[in-house]
Design a protein around this ligand. Structure first.
Ligand SMILES: [Zn+2]
Length: 192
């Protein structure tokens, strides 16, 4: 199962212990960059300021995102994808519009970067294993034992996960199990 904690050491090495978007040091967290969050190549290591704005718990601060002028030229595809998606959210700001015209993404990276917008445009919903639509704040139960790699425990079938959060990827949600936020595949969940 996708479990972002498992990639932490690999990510820290790649990121040289700095936020991969704004280069801040200090408290860093792992964010999946959907679809799929099954490897370090699909996750980024970012600071609290970046995370809160990516997740929408804080307003987008134009000035903070000037860092994208560098991040967008990263050699790491997942950093390019996250930077591009943020720039799209900042469209309308002159500097972001400028950058969007300059940016170069390979066809493969561009397809990944646009995948979520395409899914949203098609009205793709997040559904549990029974096809019931899930919403932010729902509670779900696991319908099978899931090994949480890297964290050293198995989340047992029947475990109740409260207050889930939808992410951009309709095949996965985020929830807290054993006080760790993990990404859970919706095919192994049932709305409680
Ligand atoms: Zn940051």
């Amino acid at each position: 199962m996708p479990q972002t904690g498992a990639f932490e050491s690999e990510l820290r090495e790649r990121a040289t212990d700095m936020c991969e978007l704004c280069r801040a040091a200090g408290e860093l967290g792992i964010r999946p960059v959907p679809p799929a969050a099954d490897s370090a190549a699909r996750c980024i290591l970012v600071c609290e300021t970046c995370i809160s704005q990516i997740e929408g718990t804080a307003e987008l601060d134009d000035k903070h995102w000037f860092c994208l002028r560098e991040a967008v030229w990263s050699e790491v595809p997942v950093v390019q994808v996250q930077s591009y998606r943020l720039l799209r959210r900042l469209e309308g700001s002159a500097w972001a519009d400028d950058l969007l015209t300059q940016i170069y993404l390979s066809d493969e990276v561009k397809a990944w970067a646009d995948a979520i917008d395409n899914a949203k445009a098609q009205g793709v919903k997040t559904l549990d294993s029974n096809g019931t639509e899930l919403f932010d704040g729902d509670a779900v139960t696991l319908i099978k034992d899931l090994e949480v790699k890297g964290a050293g425990f198995t989340a047992k079938r029947g475990t109740l996960v409260k207050n889930i959060r939808l992410i951009d990827d309709p095949d996965n949600i985020e929830g807290r199990v054993n006080k760790i936020t993990i990404v859970l595949k919706t095919q192994f969940l049932k709305r409680a």
